[in-house]
Each structure stands twice: as C-alpha cells, then as structure tokens.
Ligand binder design. Sequence first.
Ligand code: PEP
Ligand code: MN
Length: 264
Amino acid sequence: LASRDFHPDDTVIEIKGVKMGGEHLVVMGGPCAVETPEQIDEIARLVKAAGGQVLRGGAFKPRTGPYSFQGIGVEGLAMMAEAGKKHGLLTITEVMTPEYVDVCAEYADILQVGTRNMQNFDLLRKLGTIQTPVLLKRGFSATYDEFLNAAEYILAGGNPNVMLCERGIRTFETYTRNTLDLAAIPVLQSLSHLPVISDPSHGTGRRELVEPMSKASVAAGANGLIIEMHTDPDNSMTGDGVQSLFPDQFANLLKELEQLGKLV
Ligand code: PEP
Ligand code: MN
C-alpha cells in the first residue's frame, strides 16, 4: 500500500485546511519537549508568527537513559493542545506505546512515532486502527525497505494518513549526531506516494547545520520540515537545546524559504 505502483499520485493529507504532500511544503516547529504552559504558549506564538503551520513538542520522551527527563505526560498534551488552539496551529506529539495512542490522538492532530519505535509493531498496528495522521520517523539504522515496511503496518491496518520522516541515520561520523540522508528524500518519493518530511535538527544535532540542511532538504524535494526551536535552548529540559534554533533563526529560515517560493 505504501508503493507508488499501487498509488501513482502523491498522497496529500489535509488537516483543518493545512495540506501535506504533493506541491505543499509544511513547516512544523517547536521544542523537543513541552515544559510549562508559558513555554509552549510563547513558542507557539513564535512558530505562528514565523509562518509555521504545526506546533511540535514531546510530552512523552523516548530517552536513551532511564534516569533522564522522560517528559511531563498527559499534562503536557493538554498544554500543547491549548497553545495550538490559541495560536491557530496544528499539533504533533510523539506516542510511544499502544496504550497511549487514544489519549494522544484526543489532544494532538498528528502523532509521531520516534526513531527508536519505528519497528514497535504493536504500536504501528494500533496506529492502523485510527485515522489520525502519523509521522513515522525512520529508525536510525533502518533501510528504506524496512522503513516502508513499517509504514505498511499502519496502512495495512486501515489508516492511509502516513508521512515518512528522514531524521538522520547512524554512520561512522561523530561530528554530527546523525547523518541526515538527503538521498532518502527522492528515493522514498520515487518508491512511495507518501509525503516525506525532513528533520534537520535530529539529523545533524547541531544548530548551525539546521538552516543549510533545511534548504538542502527542500531542494531535494522534501514535502516538509520538522524543526526544533526553543526560546531558551541552553536551559531546555532535554539535551536537544544544542540543536534547537533560536526564534529569530527559525523566523529567518522560514523567510528565506518563502523567498525561494517554497512555503505554501
Ligand atoms: C524528537 O522528535 O524529539 C525525537 C526524539 O526524535 P527521534 O525519534 O527522531 O530521535
Ligand atoms: Mn528532540
């Protein structure tokens, strides 16, 4: 079902008037994690003012270590929904277990499956039983075929609203956190009709690389970007402050994309 042979036309997912896929470029921005009502409200305001369409933020964080901050949970979902509604943004948040799919879908417009859960098949099956759009992140060691098969689980369950997200893979290079695989964008688009979103934040792990790799992703044909932005990145509650843009950098990037005629 993910294959272009089966479905020659690009899939365009529309939520409350925002189109994702085809000729449209969607920009999702926000913090790694939802922290406080003030934090998410202020960031939502800035995402909207910059021209973004979707507010990102994790309430459930998949941390490598068990003692790291794990997110503020359901409370965070409510804070984010409130901020999104107030500022006229769609929202996207990560869901990690099948048990939390329904509550996350109640609050968010798009559900994110993180790189560490790309092959959490119980989670994928559960996401196939609802219609809420899913942003499926590529596992950091997954081949294109494994990635598309993971998407297939959701599609086969009856949910056609899947977006693929390239967020960098593990290579021998250590200067960057991951290696953003730009070729994944045109390859996935040739193999599949699903929208392909690029995540240059996790894809590089370095703030100064987010702008050039965002532009490179758009030049390679990405249908959208998901970018971490924080008002006080040095004090963010996850380690992802180092890859988070400052609000003015985020706004400048979107302005430059617009000048390229790309932000629709
Ligand atoms: C995130 O989006 O904050 C995140 C944890 O992403 P990934 O699953 O790609 O590491
Ligand atoms: Mn993050």
